[in-house]
Write a protein that binds this ligand. Structure first.
Ligand code: PMP
Ligand code: GLU
Length: 396
């Protein structure tokens, strides 16, 4: 049958992270012993105090449509959170609650971009940024980084990428997939470039803010000269092990928040009411309640770095946050392993899946074609076993 779908959807690539996770699930169902290091999803249970708040909301008949931008009580809790954790002052009209940070980000792209507006994307970048920009008819402009610079862009690179058409930059620290974290000084150096270009807006995706192994998280909007141009994005998926609850949010200039509210008023009518009530409990809790998860992630990071660095051809940076490692494996390009010729990172990732039963994600999906991503949001035993399998395969 002729393809009747729109050009828009035909052009849209599938999310490689979700596709790899689906593939791993499918192979497991077929009885294969797959270890999935593909998805960025905490393997902890949602904390009991959050679940209790959700149960209470159900019992108390929270079942109606909520305000499109989220319950006032939740937006107030988000304002408290921003002030407590990020020293950012927002009022409730600057907050929009969405169906995950993913929708929050997509809203912003849709409300700010006109066709052919350019959007700067420090690479590696999270898979969905590029697709969102394309859907909004903007033009993604990747800025390549190197592992030797900890996958961070420099102010010089930023300035060189700016043109009169630049409208937006997607900034993400702690970074998915590299785990890199920008220091306050590095933020300031980038801000010093951006102040010269007042028409550029900044998306600051801080969803991994608490999954941080040293130092403190900084926010673009902390700078007075950036506040009115920054959309701060966050959510509870990662910090509170609530990926399936689908709650994310922004703090933004009021006119942008208003536009996002209008956008989702036509698309989702707002986020799930029970999950919104649970999120109030999550955000009002002291950060110490999730410290045990962060500690465990740090132990796993150290374990994974130690084991992977012993494998020939794995070049690693030291991630300071999030729960991914992003080794450069280009050493293997052009080589034949277990009968398969490796031409690129996708071949390598496929090799690991097919011959070592370990699911990873190709760096090509993140705009970094020499790397692969491994998520260490899984148990230490499974991580050890997965890396043993990889090592055995590559040594064979
Ligand atoms: N931003 C980044 C950098 C992410 O890794 C993710 C992954 N889920 C998201 C946003 C979206 O998170 P969610 O939609 O689950 O809130
Ligand atoms: N953000 C996670 C990841 O990068 C979840 C999957 C997704 O939403 O893309 O794996």
């Amino acid at each position: 049958m002729k393809n009747q779908l729109s050009d828009r959807i035909n052009r849209l690539p599938v999310s490689q992270t979700l596709a790899m996770a689906a593939k791993a699930r499918e192979l497991k169902l077929q009885g294969k012993d797959i270890i999935s290091l593909s998805l960025g999803e905490p393997d902890f249970n949602t904390p009991d105090f959050v679940k209790d708040a959700a149960i209470k909301a159900i019992t108390n008949n929270y079942n109606s449509y909520t305000p499109v931008n989220g319950y006032i009580a939740l937006r107030e809790a988000i304002c408290r959170k921003f002030e407590r954790d990020n020293k950012l002052r927002y009022n409730i009209n600057q907050i929009v609650v969405s169906t995950g940070a993913k929708q929050a980000l997509a809203n912003v792209a849709m409300v700010l971009l006109n066709p052919d507006d350019e959007v700067l994307l420090p690479a590696p970048y999270w898979v969905s940024y590029e697709a969102m920009i394309n859907l909004a008819e903007g033009i993604p402009v990747p800025i390549a980084t190197t592992i030797d610079n900890d996958f961070k862009i420099t102010p010089q690179q930023l300035e060189a990428a700016i043109t009169p058409k630049t409208k937006l930059i997607f900034f993400n620290s702690p970074n998915n997939p590299s785990g890199s974290v920008y220091s306050k000084e590095e933020y300031r150096a980038l801000a010093d470039v951006l102040v010269k270009y007042p028409n550029i807006y900044i998306i600051s995706d801080e969803i991994y803010e608490h999954i941080l192994f040293k130092g403190t998280n900084f926010s673009f909007a902390r700078f007075k000269d950036m506040y009115n141009r920054t959309i701060t994005v966050n959510g509870v998926s990662k910090s509170f092990a609530m990926t399936g609850w689908r709650i994310g949010y922004i703090g933004a200039p009021e006119w942008i928040a208003k536009a996002c509210n209008k956008m989702q008023g036509q698309i989702t009518s707002g986020a799930n009411c029970i999950a919104q009530m649970a999120t109030i409990a999550a955000l009002d809790a002291p950060v110490s309640k999730i410290k045990f998860m962060v500690n465990e992630f740090k132990t796993r990071r150290d374990l994974v770095l130690d084991l992977l660095s012993k494998i020939k051809g794995f070049k690693l940076n030291e991630p300071e946050g999030a729960f991914y490692v992003f080794p450069n494996i280009s050493y293997y390009f052009g080589k034949t392993i277990a009968g398969s010729k490796i031409n690129n990172a996708s071949d390598f990732s496929l090799l690991l899946l097919e011959k070592a039963n370990v699911a990873t994600v190709t760096g090509e999906a993140f705009g970094a074609p020499n790397c692969i991503r491994l998520s260490y949001a899984t148990s230490q035993d499974l991580l050890v076993e997965a890396i043993k399998r990889i090592s055995n395969l590559l040594n064979s």
